[in-house]
Design a protein around this ligand. Structure first.
Ligand code: 4NP
Length: 154
């Protein structure tokens, strides 16, 4: 039997573009699906701690009905491995950076978000902070969030 997933953490580098969008989109879709799952997000860097999501990402998300305005960036920490049932990174660097902090004996699953949207053919969520491609990132984030919700609902 699958272990019950109650708390999910989404992780990127800055926690101001991809992972807060993933948190907000996932929350919307989980609520629509009637799933009782808590979501949070964090960045592997501490560069933007305390900041709201980057304004262009907030605007792009709001245009799709996702309000990210209340979210604030925080840094990923080793204790997150103990406090979440599933941790999801946006790219391979996020996962490598987290794995360096994994406490001995901890077995919390860490996955790539794009694994939940195999039909998209992407192996990471490209960082729109550098490319400006906020809508393309949201397309991928929405597809992966739908896949994740479907898996949790099974
Ligand atoms: P994120 O994007 O990891 O999706 O939040 C970034 C935001 C800011 C920076 C890098 C990535 N930065 O270098 O400040």
């Amino acid at each position: 039997m699958k272990p019950t997933v109650k708390r999910i953490l989404f992780v990127c580098l800055g926690n101001i573009c991809r992972s807060p969008a993933a948190e907000g989109v996932f929350r919307s879709l989980a609520r629509e699906a009637g799933l009782e799952v808590e979501a949070d997000s964090a960045g592997t860097s501490g560069w933007h701690v305390g900041e709201a999501p980057h304004a262009p990402m907030q605007r792009a998300a709001r245009a799709r009905g996702h309000d990210l305005s209340a979210l604030r960036a925080r840094q990923f920490r080793a204790a997150d491995f103990e406090e979440f049932d599933l941790i999801i990174g946006m790219d391979a660097d996020n996962i490598a950076d987290m794995e360096r902090l994994r406490p001995p004996g901890n077995a919390t699953p860490v996955r790539l978000f794009t694994d939940y949207a195999p039909q998209a053919g992407a192996d990471h969520v490209p960082d729109p902070y550098y490319t400006g491609a906020y809508d393309a990132a949201l397309d991928l984030i929405e597809a992966a969030a739908r896949g994740l919700v479907a898996e949790l609902a099974r």
